[in-house]
Design a protein around this ligand. Structure first.
Ligand SMILES: Cc1ncc(COP(=O)(O)O)c(C=O)c1O
Length: 409
């Protein structure tokens, strides 16, 4: 195997204008990438260029700008397909983000479910990968089943296998947990689910930012991610699905763009992927996302993954030195997230004192309430890392925590 090049993190940081910001008189230490990643200059420039000299509505016009905007929009789709190693850009549907992607599959694919059919999720899902299935279960009489995690928040494959049965129609699980950082054994999950005759949807909202994703190699049926978590704009994301499945699924929303013809007697649908993209899309968002994905791929997906793994290992080690701190989520395979509680101190109080020192972390249940309940807590402090995170950022976190503990205890 070829050696993985070291990432020039300082060089990367220079490409993110926001990282030069001061919070009060302190330099910003941004440890909230799991909630939303910051944007490199290349993405900011692409949005500026698009709105300055390339904007018109897509697909409908013969004029120069419409053709240009369409070309940019479709090039972004090709970039997203390459990013996911998808066989065809026809399988890439632009959506608002991961939440909308799950809702799309639940609303459209889910229409065929019968009472008693089963959908399996894991115990550490983001609410976006729970609630759409609950709504679908209410509509159809389908049943939601929950695959447990172990005490270190790792996925319990044996228990998962035991849950699969003749009524399992879909397994929809997170690829990397936003609350605990666990990397799920998704390839094995896909094999087991397929052997049971079920489809698999993967929530890649976190996984896509940290390392390479290859939907063809994973063998999954649907994959979702959000642009804003992979250094792209907000309001744009991707649902990837196998062409044969998407082809058979009914439209999600009606409107312009998604039709082949319309009459008052009835309408027919456009080909993929337009069938799922009703209305004027977030063109600038897609353009920005395409640039973000290209930017990330140019850094080297393996290079980024290796760099982040060593920063995460450093953070894990340093946090273990803090008195009374307990990491929640210590699975052997983790990415991007350090979630913890500190004895006798409320996470919110900690975060407030950290913020005074310019350190941005997140507290609470991280939209994973059932996951928190599994560990008997209401919430954690979460420090999450991205491509620009340095070991120095995590050292600053540790110093900040120690200072906060002195003040609060
Ligand atoms: C694992 C996971 N799934 C889904 C989502 C929802 O993403 P979005 O809010 O971009 O739709 C998030 C966002 O935090 C997430 O971390």
């Amino acid at each position: 195997m070829a050696a993985i090049e070291a990432l020039d993190i300082q060089g990367v940081r220079e490409q993110f204008p926001i990282l030069r910001k001061q919070v009060g008189d302190k330099p910003l230490v941004y440890l909230d990438t799991a909630a939303s990643a910051q944007k490199p200059q290349a993405v900011i420039d692409a949005l500026h260029t698009y709105y300055t000299s390339e904007h018109a509505n897509v697909h409908r016009g013969v004029h120069h700008l419409s053709a240009l905007a369409t070309q940019r929009y479709e090039a972004a789709r090709e970039q997203a397909a390459a990013f996911l190693h998808a066989p065809s850009p026809r399988e890439v549907v632009f959506v608002r983000g991961t939440s909308e992607a799950v809702n799309l599959v639940a609303s459209s694919w889910g229409q065929q479910l019968q009472p008693g059919d089963e959908i399996v999720v894991s115990a550490i899902e983001h609410h976006s990968n729970i609630v759409p299935w609950q709504l679908l279960a209410q509509r159809t009489g389908a049943v939601l089943r929950v695959a447990p995690v172990r005490d270190d928040a790792s996925f319990d494959l044996d228990a998962f296998e035991a849950l699969l049965g003749p009524r399992t129609r879909l397994v929809s699980v997170v690829h990397v947990s936003n609350a605990f950082g666990t990397v799920l054994p998704v390839k094995r999950i896909v094999e087991l689910a397929h052997a049971a005759g079920a489809l698999v949807m993967l929530d890649g909202a976190q996984a896509t930012v940290h390392g390479p994703v290859d939907v063809a190699a994973l063998g999954c049926d649907f994959y979702a991610f959000s642009g804003h978590k992979v250094y792209g704009p907000t309001g744009i994301g991707v649902l990837w699905g196998r062409e044969a499945l998407l082809d058979r699924m009914p439209p999600y929303q009606g409107g312009g763009e998604m039709i082949s013809s319309v009459s008052f007697e009835g309408s027919t649908w456009a080909e993929l992927p337009a069938k799922f993209e009703a209305g004027t899309p977030h063109i600038a968002g897609a353009v920005g996302l395409g640039v973000a994905l290209r930017w990330l791929m140019d850094l080297g997906r393996e290079t980024v993954a290796a760099s982040e793994a060593s920063v995460l290992a450093h953070g894990t080690q340093r946090l273990s030195e803090v008195d009374g701190l307990r990491l929640v989520g210590t699975a052997p395979d983790k990415q991007g997230v350090l979630s913890f509680v500190m004895e006798g101190i409320h996470p919110q109080d900690l975060a407030t004192l950290l913020d005074e020192q310019g350190i941005a972390v997140r507290t609470g249940h991280h939209c994973a309430e059932p996951g928190m309940r599994r560990f008997g807590i209401d919430g954690t402090v979460r420090a999450s890392i991205g491509v620009y995170t340095t070991t120095g950022d995590l050292d600053a976190l540790v110093d900040g925590l120690q200072r906060a503990a002195r003040l609060l205890r």
